[in-house]
Write a protein that binds this ligand. Sequence first.
Ligand code: MYA
Length: 537
Amino acid sequence: MESIAKGLFAGTIETEGLVPYPKLTDEERETVAFLLDAFRKFAKENINAEKIDAEHTIGDDIIKGLGEMGILGMTIPEAYGGFGFTPSQYGRVMEEMTRFCASTAILVGAHQSIGYKGIVLAGTEEQKQQWLPPLATGERLAAFALTEPEAGSDASAVKTVARYDAERRGYVLNGTKQWITNGGIAHTITTIAKTGESALTTFIVDTAAPGFSIGKTERKMGLKGSSTTQLIFEDLFVPEANLLGRKGRGFLLFMKVLDTGRMGLAASCLGGCKEMIKQAYEFAGRRKQFGTVVGEYEMVRHKFARMAAYTYAAESMVYLSTGLVSGGFDDYAAESCLCKFFVTEVLWNVINDALQCAGGNGYMEEYPFERYLRDARINLIFEGTNEITRMYAAHMGLRHAQKAVRGGAARGDLAWAPDGLRDECAELLALVRKFGEHNRALHERYGTGLNDREYHLERVADIAAGLYAAVATLSRTVEEIKQRPEALTYGRAFLHFELPRLRDLLESDFTAADTLKTAVSDHLYSKGGYPFDRWEI
Ligand code: MYA
């Protein structure tokens, strides 16, 4: 199967995997419903997001409860004590966790989206048997340690060194990791270190081993209940048996882990969107100003329509992507990057709109909007900044488009889309084809130099994400309207909000604007900041 996201860059709509829209089986749905019931009951009684935020800690009783429920082992195969959830099932539960408490969601997400994911993906049978069962129950917690002071976005610039010690049959690790989620509470760390000039290898570290210590604990803007620390490795001995995956192939393994992690993060964001819409509705539905309920005003209606339409599209895009992966599709790095930056920005905009609907109260700690705003800001930065995920998606897509040119004309149409959306489909199809031509023209103009043309790459990534969200929305709507005909209105609203933006990105001439971006930033950098003072005081 071809990647649907990459196909769009070549002007193609791949229907395999897209139609019919992926669904959970009855059994998968039942297991999720069962776990969600248990979680909701537990969360109502035990998880107080306000308290967690104020006290900067998630109690051991909460972690213990999550472990007993099986939440910490959702993605571990049943053979090792987990539920063996697919990415779609996992995403649905992460949504709910984020609705209750983002700090708790991040603990769970960092534990399994990335912390032990490398062991599930690349562990040997012995490693899985040794490490996964206690991680499934929460007896042990996991963290993923990639980032270093000098290796943030530039993830392969890792400085931590792993030196082989033949006598002890293992590796001696020296280095510092930073901003590690769960750093202060994890027992099992998957990490990466240099085993050669440019070779990176991944390891499983037991935090009880001598030479391991926890450095500084970060004070953060949000997600205050989660633990974020430095980790220090000083002659930390890691037995050969804890080498994860293949020696020298650690970077690729960690990138794969992040590909799945980014989808999990996007799914979590959906829960945030839904909760914010609910909170804003509760507020705007009862607050009266000038004798009228605030929600009746058109500027407020506009915000609700925008929040709902974009949440519907984001949800369509996430569960299309997780559905493809659940069905065995493996080339999902592009889908995952598009979901990551598009959906984290949808949540950010939704929170902004929701807070605005609550007016002055939205700014007060008494209401949850400001906490969501603080918690959600990091989503645009971690698991690959939205600049890096844009750049990487554009690189992958443009490379694919170049190869596809040799394969002939763009393929696929939207004949399967709902009848009520014919005009929108015609517009969307024209935009997809135009995108293919646009990318071919970019290649002809810049050749390999295109890789560094970030003004172009940024627009290309934005168009790709919008188009991917649009085709996902159409496919989902075909299924959704069978039970809920009103879904057509939400899908249509998204297309009416988004397609004009995409048309503008594809058709406007940005030459002058791009030149000015360089000119202004050059001048500002040379002056060390904004150079004007109208009053010269
Ligand atoms: S964890 C830390 C996150 N850090 C990052 O994401 C780092 C970002 N940087 C990168 O991803 C890479 O360095 C980039 C490329 C992409 C820039 N899939 O020469 P290259 C392959 C598959 O391009 P670079 C955190 O934040 C590539 O094809 N393969 O390398 C925790 C090539 O392979 P080959 C990939 O420029 C947050 C090779 O690698 C990928 O250095 C906790 C080299 O490529 C890929 N993606 O890298 C979150 N990328 O040689 C918990 C590259 O075979 C979330 N390659 O062609 C839980 C949810 C909670 C919710 C809360 C809600 C409020």
